[in-house]
Design a protein around this ligand. Structure first.
Ligand SMILES: NC(=O)c1ccc[n+]([C@@H]2O[C@H](COP(=O)([O-])OP(=O)(O)OC[C@H]3O[C@@H](n4cnc5c(N)ncnc54)[C@H](OP(=O)(O)O)[C@@H]3O)[C@@H](O)[C@H]2O)c1
Length: 344
């Protein structure tokens, strides 16, 4: 007998991806229940070959749910995750609401899978920000070998990272440019079509944006609090797939050739690094894929023990839905949860 899994935010970008990945990976679920706001009650969503009808979160009874995959934003998570956990379900949350809570593990299974055991304090496990997830998958094997001191990262983030309406905005603005309609910007602070915007999320007092702060704080929590990181996060007119130009300074020497070999064997990583036109991965290539792709690995001659590389991944998958489901699998593989129906 398998688990009863609830997917909150099932009509959203991440929620729909979660349903697809649960089916693809043959996740041991006896029942999958898609949930969203009242507005979406009765909307049909796909779960593998099946079509499921969305139920309203507000009126749903979680008593016999084992695992709840949450992707409905921080406000919903703040109110609902503790209530759902109190009913005995493990909540795996995609929002930023619980990530920095000392009693909530923040997990990327390729990096710190054992941390899932810490879920018991609050019944909640947090999934990192999409830009952090792919970054730490690529950094971890290199850190194990040569200890990372400092990282400087510039991101090129797709609009799907800002939700469904953000994707619609890129589409509508692109169309408006071609047909010379007026361009409306609602989700983004400036026009995104045929443009780039050096702001993801809100500004903080020190001039960084919250997205940039999240990359710093989450890398420390997941990988190593000693790593210094500075980020510039940029939104680009790409529908799916975040890219990152990453400059790393190590304690010990590590050549580009050694790094390439290490990353070739590392979990979740795929190296595509040919020194020829097109011998690297772009966001369009990675959409719908699970791996974190690493290209353009080269020595940085301007510092001791420096490397530069290009990291690309599907932000809706490794950056969100896939990572959440891998967390659920890590709990099951470690026998940390039991299906309630089986236990009864
Ligand atoms: N996109 C990414 O790359 C990414 C990566 C990491 C984390 N995340 C996080 O994942 C979460 C979802 O992101 P998304 O991109 O999937 O957003 P989205 O496409 O805008 O979808 C939002 C989902 O939340 C649901 N929702 C909103 N208000 C609700 C309420 N009051 N009660 C129940 N459900 C409600 C929506 O349902 P309705 O259709 O009924 O409104 C929809 O299913 C966010 O916290 C985001 O920060 C996203």
């Amino acid at each position: 007998m398998g688990y009863k899994v609830a997917v909150v935010g099932a009509t959203g970008n991440v929620g729909r991806e979660m349903l697809g990945i649960l089916a693809e990976r043959a996740f041991p679920a006896d029942e999958v229940v898609p949930l969203a706001s009242r507005r979406s009650q009765g909307v049909e969503v796909s779960y593998g070959e099946a079509t499921l009808k969305v139920k309203a979160l507000e009126t749903f009874d979680f008593s016999d749910v084992d695992i709840c995959l949450m992707s409905a934003g921080s406000t919903v998570s703040k109110e609902w995750s503790p209530k759902i956990a109190a009913k005995g379900a493990v909540v795996i949350d995609n929002s930023s609401c619980w990530r920095y809570d000392a009693d909530v593990p923040l997990v990327v299974p390729e990096v710190n899978a054992d941390a899932v055991a810490g879920f018991r304090k609050k019944g909640i496990i947090a999934n990192p920000n999409c830009s952090t997830a792919q970054l730490v998958v690529a950094l971890k094997p290199l850190h194990d070998k040569a200890r990372i001191k400092r990282v400087v990262v510039s991101t090129y983030q797709s609009v799907s990272g800002a939700g469904r309406e953000a994707m619609d905005e890129l589409f509508a603005q692109t169309r408006a440019v071609y047909v010379t309609d007026p361009i409306e910007a609602k989700k983004f602070p400036k026009r995104i079509a045929f443009n780039v915007i050096p702001q993801c999320d809100a500004f903080m007092e020190d001039g960084y944006t919250r997205e940039e702060w999240k990359m710093m704080a989450e890398t420390k929590k997941i990988l190593d609090p000693k790593i210094k990181l500075t980020a510039t996060c940029v939104r680009v007119p790409v529908f799916i797939g975040h890219s990152e130009a990453v400059n790393i300074e190590f304690e010990e020497p590590l050549s580009a050739d050694e790094a390439r070999d290490i990353l070739r064997d590392a979990p979740g990583c795929l190296v595509v690094d040919k020194h020829e036109p097109g011998g690297y991965v772009t966001p369009v290539d990675c959409a719908g894929e699970d791996a974190t792709y690493i290209s353009r690995i080269r020595d940085d001659p301007t510092i001791d023990n420096g490397l530069v590389m290009w990291v690309v991944s599907d932000n809706l998958r490794k950056g969100a839905a896939l990572n959440a489901i891998q967390i659920a699998e890590a709990l099951i593989n470690r026998k940390l949860i039991q299906a309630k129906k089986k236990a009864a």
